[in-house]
Unconditional design. Structure first.
Length: 297
C-alpha cells in the first residue's frame, strides 16, 4: 500500500502490508473490534499491532525488523520477504480467533497463496457467488463464534461436536469444519471453536419448485433437505493455522451419528426450514436427543 498525505508538498509513505478480513457467513468486511497483530516468525518478540483504515484495510507503517531504508524502497521488497505470523482476535466475541503464516513485505492487500490449495467446491461459500474458477481473494475469512447472530435473513445450523470413542468416552471436535449442502451444493461452511461448538450460516438456497396444485394451496413453510458433513483432523493449537483448518476439507468427512445403536447409523439428511435455526444432535432414543452431535472416532 501507499499512503499519500495531502499538503503543499506531497509526502508519500509506503506501507509494507495490508490485510482485509471478511465474515465467513456473508463475506462482509470486518472493519472494527479486531485485535490484529503480526510477529516475525523467526523472532517472535518482534511484533506490532495493526489499525483499520476507512476502506477496511488493516495496516501498519512499521514491519518488525524491516530496515528503515528498505521500507522506502518497495521495488526491493520481493527479494526481502520472509515469514510472519498473523494473529486475529475479536474483542467483541463475534468471531473465532484466526492465525495464518504470511510472507512480507508486500504492496497492496495481501492475497493469501494458500487459497488455491483447498477443495474449491467446499470453500465456495467463502467466495463471491459469481467468482470465476481462478478467482484470487485478497482477504482472510473470519468464522463466526457460536454466540454471533448472523446478519440478515440467513440459514443457521448449530451443533456441539464431539468425537466419541469406542469405550464411550469423548473429546471435543476442536476446530472441525462443517458444511451444509442442498442439492449437492454447499450453502454454508462453519468452523468449530476449541470446545467443539460450531455455527454454519449462509444465504438460503433458491425456493423449492412447486406443482401447480401446491402453488395454489400456498406454502405453510419453506424447507429443504440438507446434508451435513463434518471434517475433523484433531488439530492442535489455539487456534491452529487457518491453512490446516481449511485443509481438512480436502479429506474424508467423519461419520456423524444419528444415534448410538450398534449399527452406528449415519446422520440422515436434515430439514432446513426458512426462518428457523437448525440444531443438530445425535438421538438418545426415538424421542430424546443428546445435546451433542457425535462423530465416530
Amino acid at each position: 500500500m501507499t499512503l499519500v498525505l495531502a499538503s503543499r508538498d506531497a509526502f508519500v509513505r509506503h506501507v509494507p502490508l495490508g490485510f482485509a478480513f471478511r465474515d465467513a457467513s456473508d463475506r462482509s468486511l470486518v472493519v472494527d473490534g479486531l485485535d490484529v497483530r503480526i510477529s516475525d516468525a523467526a523472532r517472535p518478540w518482534r511484533k506490532t499491532s495493526l489499525v483499520s483504515t476507512p476502506s477496511g484495510t488493516w495496516m501498519t507503517p512499521r514491519l518488525p525488523g524491516l530496515d528503515a531504508g528498505l521500507a522506502e524502497q518497495p521495488a526491493q521488497w520481493p527479494g526481502s520477504r520472509r515469514a510472519f505470523d498473523l494473529r486475529v482476535d475479536d474483542t467483541f466475541g463475534r468471531f473465532l480467533p484466526m492465525r495464518a503464516t504470511v510472507s512480507l513485505p508486500l504492496r497492496g492487500r495481501y492475497g493469501w497463496p494458500a487459497w488455491s490449495e483447498f477443495n474449491q467446491a467446499r470453500i465456495r461459500p467463502l467466495l463471491p457467488a459469481d467468482a470465476p474458477d481462478d478467482y484470487a481473494p485478497d482477504y482472510f475469512p473470519l468464522f463466526p463464534s457460536i454466540a454471533r447472530t448472523p446478519p440478515g435473513p440467513r440459514s443457521i445450523v448449530r451443533a456441539q461436536l464431539a468425537v466419541r470413542h469406542a469405550d464411550g468416552s469423548e473429546r471435543p471436535a476442536s476446530w472441525a469444519a462443517m458444511t451444509v449442502s442442498v442439492s449437492n451444493r454447499i450453502v454454508a461452511l462453519g468452523v468449530a471453536g476449541a470446545g467443539g461448538a460450531v455455527v454454519a450460516s449462509g444465504a438460503y438456497p433458491p425456493l423449492p419448485s412447486q406443482t401447480v396444485e401446491q402453488a395454489a394451496a400456498g406454502r405453510s413453510e419453506v424447507s429443504w433437505d440438507a446434508t451435513i458433513r463434518v471434517y475433523c483432523d484433531d488439530l492442535e493449537g489455539d487456534p491452529p493455522d487457518l491453512g490446516q483448518i481449511l485443509g481438512q476439507l480436502s479429506k474424508t468427512p467423519r461419520l456423524a451419528l444419528q444415534d448410538l445403536s450398534a449399527g452406528e447409523p449415519p446422520l440422515p439428511p436434515q430439514t432446513l426450514t426458512l426462518g428457523r435455526p437448525l440444531i443438530l444432535a445425535t438421538m438418545r432414543s426415538a424421542t430424546e436427543r443428546f445435546s451433542t452431535l457425535y462423530l465416530k472416532d
